[in-house]
Design a binder for this molecule. Structure first.
Ligand code: SAM
Ligand code: SF4
Length: 534
């Protein structure tokens, strides 16, 4: 059987809506004329996802839409007729990964001229179609993140039997004016078409975009302003996941704890009157907030009164929006895991000001104190940027001092990377690359020590692990922590504790996707080694 040809895709991304917020998502472009359904097989697709959890979640939605349209998934780029690249642009190196694949993709297309390449995600911004084509010459169609719901329609694959979500411009039933991302999610949840990576753990986006103005960051430009999903829509998606047996749900957003400020007021949220302590004065009275959402999802119960979803997580929290209401909710909800990712970026007030982060070190440390008092034993992780514009040695040392003071469980650190078009791109990028590297390596070495010490406190304790991987015995530990695992005594299972600690443990592949109780034997800087008890 031959494969149905995909249309020639040489349309530039449609212009954004004129007037209003320049970052507002555009209306969906006119769909391609539908292709007559013939006897040919539909294209096999491969989605290559880079970057954050939000991208992974978006890819699940796009893959689900293609499957619902009747396409099949290819096991590799080489065997696909349609390659969808969901890109990341947070650092230059992320963009380079995709640019570096252009030659391979061009060769594939030369070999099989029907092959089409679509680029989505944060690399697709308003740089003009010519600039995009120069950077990504093998790409046929560019879709900004807010245009991803148009994928199937733009490919001419939305046949008459396809679910409604596959056409462009569908509206969320409860918010007829909502953006395409919200509408597409509502339809995909209703139709059950999201192609989840595994049944035991799920991503659930709750807010799209970002309203912050961190001067180094491309995300507000690529993903547009914040748009919260309707409260009941999120709860319903979680209810379905619980019913289907999901053991863990992670609520997602670039800044998840500013959820709800853009939703309509409702009587049931009348008691919510929180104000952001700093920055934009938002009147949040009568609108849902993230604390209310967390409590509602935690409130989903099974017949035996246990949480319907045993493990609830959320990513990412901006310190600015971490209210006392939210800290109380984290402490008061039994399903919410004892781990918080709270990016700090720098330990120096002047650098934080230049970064536009809207908090100072003292305020951040106060939050950490309140969190640790409310949720004893909570694990903390963070993001740090070293070598930001004008960062002196003393300012960098202040970040090291902050790491020593907070003693995070995990730190994701990166050297500052200029992002064209961001406010910081106008500041001198004056820390030389080799100095950035030195600072980064020294910071990671410090954190390795802190991580090892923090993990040592787990030795001998019992942990609850959600197992998510198995590799055949005979491999070796990548950790370097604890005594080397002897061949034959290798721990082939890997999973996470409620505190998000990576654990290697013994057992067979049948335990993947289950919760196992285990005792910790050894600790390294990045993971624990444990013996299963059940
Ligand atoms: N919204 C989250 C927050 O407020 O921290 C994080 C989202 S951002 C996409 C993920 C991380 O990428 C940031 O926390 C920051 O540390 C890093 N990052 C963003 N822009 C960067 C840049 N230009 N150079 C280096 N790292 C960057
Ligand atoms: Fe980027 Fe700041 Fe928004 Fe995070 S909060 S996505 S770092 S602008």
């Amino acid at each position: 059987m031959t494969t149905r040809p995909l249309p020639v895709l040489d349309l530039p991304a449609p212009p954004r809506r004129s007037g209003g917020d320049p970052r507002s998502p555009a209306r969906p472009a006119a769909a391609f004329d539908e292709y007559a359904i013939g006897p040919e097989a539909l294209p096999r697709f491969f989605v290559w996802t880079l970057g954050c959890q939000m991208n992974r979640s978006d890819s699940e939605e796009m893959a689900g839409a293609l499957l619902a349209a009747g396409c099949a998934e290819a096991i590799a780029i080489e065997s696909a007729d349609l390659v969808v690249i969901n890109s990341c642009a947070v650092r230059e190196v992320s963009e380079r990964k995709v640019i570096g694949r252009m030659g391979q993709l061009a060769a594939l297309k030369a070999e099989r001229p029907g092959t089409r390449v679509v680029l989505t995600g944060c690399a697709v911004r308003d740089q003009g179609p010519a600039a995009l084509r120069r950077r990504y010459p093998a790409v046929d169609l560019f879709l900004r993140p807010d245009q991803e719901p148009e994928l199937v329609a733009r490919l001419g694959l939305a046949g008459p039997t396809a679910p409604a979500m596959l056409g462009a411009g569908v509206a969320a039933p409860d918010r007829p004016d909502a953006s395409p991302m919200l509408a597409a999610r509502a339809s995909a949840v209703a139709a059950g078409t999201i192609r989840r990576g595994q049944p035991w753990a799920a991503w659930v986006p709750v807010i799209y975009g970002c309203d912050k103005t961190c001067s180094y960051c491309i995300v507000p430009f690529s993903r547009g302003p914040e748009r919260s999903r309707p409260f009941d829509g999120v709860v319903e998606e979680c209810r379905r996941l619980g019913e289907a047996g999901a053991l863990e749900v992670t609520l997602l957003g670039q800044n998840v704890n500013s959820y709800g400020h853009d939703l309509p007021r409702e009587e049931r949220f009348a008691a919510i009157a929180a104000q952001r302590p700093l920055g934009r004065r938002l009147d949040l009275a009568g609108r849902p907030d993230f604390a209310a959402l967390l409590r509602a999802v935690d409130g989903l119960r099974r017949g035996d009164a246990q949480p319907a979803i045993p493990r609830l997580r959320f990513l990412t929290s901006h310190p600015w929006d971490l209210t006392d209401r939210l800290i109380e909710a984290i402490a008061g909800c039994p399903s919410v895991c004892g781990h918080l990712h709270l990016p700090v970026q720098s330990g120096d007030d002047a650098v934080l000001r230049r970064m536009g982060r809207q908090y100072a070190v003292e305020g951040y440390l106060g939050l950490v104190e309140r969190l640790r008092a409310a949720v004893p034993g909570i694990a903390l992780s963070t993001d740090v940027i070293v070598g930001f514009c004008g960062e002196t040695e003393a300012q960098y040392e202040a970040t090291l001092a902050l790491l020593r003071a907070v003693r995070y469980d995990q730190v994701f650190a990166a050297a500052y990377s200029v992002r064209p078009g961001t406010p910081a791109a106008r500041l001198p990028d004056d820390v030389p690359p080799e100095e950035k590297r030195r600072r980064l390596n020294a910071l990671l070495a410090l954190q390795e020590e802190i991580g090892r010490e923090r993990n040592r406190s787990w030795v001998g304790r019992e942990v609850e692990v959600l197992v998510d991987g198995w590799s055949p015995p005979g491999g070796h530990s990548h950790d370097g922590g604890g005594p080397p695992i002897r061949p034959g005594a290798a721990r082939p299972l890997a999973g996470r504790t409620r505190e998000n600690k990576l654990v290697h443990l013994d057992g067979g592949p049948e335990r993947v996707g289950t919760i196992v109780h285990a005792r910790v034997d050894h600790a390294g800087p990045y993971s624990l080694v444990a013996t299963a008890l059940t």
